[in-house]
Design a protein around this ligand. Structure first.
Ligand code: GLC
Length: 425
């Protein structure tokens, strides 16, 4: 165990580029939004000042609109496509133009509480500045990505989900043309096996959407009107609600009454909306395609992420867990990101089957919240064992346990440190 803890520290140090951490060398050479939030929680287990720094560097990329972009390009690199020239966002620190799941507020509470416990210098001031950035981002979600006030927030690009290549996007993505204004020069398949990465055709669709939004000048109102891809999504909304609860908690603890009330209103709205996405016949939550108006019933891990933010009735929680057990049966490593042996199941292609330590982390928290300690513990042990057997891989083939994708991965190291700590609690 100590050997693996040291290796986790070593990976986080090796991926440090000056106060921020790249997900892994070469394949992802910049600062990624939700990766950094997980990494900050990893740092909070042993270096609180560095944990704050990770979040502070991330918000250097925050837009005037409040959006925190999915990539901040602090320094140039030629090992990644699409770079700043494709995004054309005109931000003073170059950034992408889309966002990623708002784990930020969850991370801020973890870092803040660790700082209070340890008596870290300047903790209150550092938390306060980050809290305001987080609040501005939540306001952006509720205006730009839910203009009709439904309580569910929408994604305009598959990459905003963090589950970039999930079968949940297949139907909506098929409507997006494969034509692009930008030449598509993939770099990812030079770093890892193409069989683990998205298909070329889908990559052209991803870039078509970037071209479309760049032509809208990245104006959220124009993007909302123009886009062929608009999904009210339960994984992101579940994370937003949990982060909203954590920001509300911080606001109260800092005596920010008006801010706490504002967050409480958002959270109440979303709690009801998310619960309404439960489908008893499927024993999970589903997202909605806002262009077709239909449920997206592709079986993916996203259907269980709302447990993170909801206190479900016992029957409902038991039904979700029974379904999760069914998916995990006979797997060497849980939890598969697509239901095993379903039509779109591919155990090695990313987000179409593999198990990810950070997804497990969110699921474990959701299971514990909903009084499911056995399943939570089984998942925790499964994740730790996979990492100790195969190293800090980007993700794991659930059928063989093989570590896949990029290696020396920051968020896998952070998840390991966090999951070990949860076990000691
Ligand atoms: C991939 C993942 C995304 C992650 C990024 C960096 O694009 O799909 O969730 O943030 O890699 O690790």
């Amino acid at each position: 165990m100590t050997k693996h803890i040291d290796e986790a520290y070593r990976i986080l140090a090796a991926n440090d580029r000056g106060g921020y951490t790249v997900p892994t060398d070469r394949l992802y050479p910049f600062q990624w939004n939700w990766d950094s939030a997980f990494v900050a929680m990893g740092f909070a287990t042993y270096d609180i000042s560095r944990a704050y720094r990770e979040l502070e560097r991330l918000i250097e990329g925050q837009w005037a609109t409040g959006m925190i972009p999915h990539i901040v390009f602090h320094q140039p690199s030629d090992t990644y496509f699409p770079g700043p020239d494709v995004w054309r966002t005109n931000h003073s620190i170059p950034t992408s133009g889309i966002t990623q799941p708002p784990v930020f507020g969850i991370a801020l509470r973890v870092v803040h509480e660790a700082a209070l416990k340890a008596g870290t210098d300047n903790a209150a001031a550092r938390t306060l500045a980050l809290f305001h950035a987080g609040l501005r981002w939540h306001r952006w979600w509720y205006t730009a990505r839910d203009p009709d006030g439904t309580g569910l927030v929408a994604l305009l690009h598959p990459w905003e989900s963090g589950s970039d290549n999930s079968p949940a996007w297949d139907t909506a993505l098929a409507r997006v043309p494969t034509t692009t204004d930008t030449a598509v020069v993939r770099k990812d398949t030079g770093h890892v096996d193409a069989a683990m990465r998205p298909r070329d055709e889908d990559y052209r669709r991803f870039i078509h959407l970037v071209d479309t939004y760049a032509a809208c000048g990245w104006d959220p109102v124009r993007q909302w009107e123009k886009t062929p891809f608009k999904i009210a999504e339960v994984q992101t909304t579940g994370i937003l609600l949990k982060a909203g609860e954590d920001l509300e908690y911080i606001a109260k603890s800092l005596g920010l009454t008006a801010e706490a009330e504002e967050l409480s209103r958002y959270n109440d709205l979303t709690r009801g909306a998310l619960l309404a996405q439960w489908r008893p016949a499927l024993s999970r939550f589903v997202s909605r395609d806002l262009v077709s108006g239909e449920d997206i019933d592709a079986p993916t891990q996203a259907g269980f992420i709302p447990l993170l933010a909801l206190d479900l009735d016992g029957d409902l929680a038991n039904a979700a867990v029974a379904e999760m057990k069914l998916w995990s049966r006979d797997m060497r490593v849980a939890f598969p990101t697509t239901k095993p042996f379903s039509e779109s199941w591919e155990p090695k292609r990313y987000w179409r089957g593999p198990a990810w330590a950070i997804i497990n982390w969110l699921l474990i928290d959701g299971l514990n919240r909903n009084n499911q300690p056995d399943m939570a513990e089984a998942l925790r042990v499964s994740t730790i064992n996979a990492i100790e057997a195969e190293g800090f891989a980007e993700y794991f083939d659930p059928t063989t346990g093989d570590g896949c994708g990029g290696l020396g991965f920051s968020w896998t190291a952070a998840a390991y440190l966090n999951l070990l700590q949860t076990g000691q609690a």
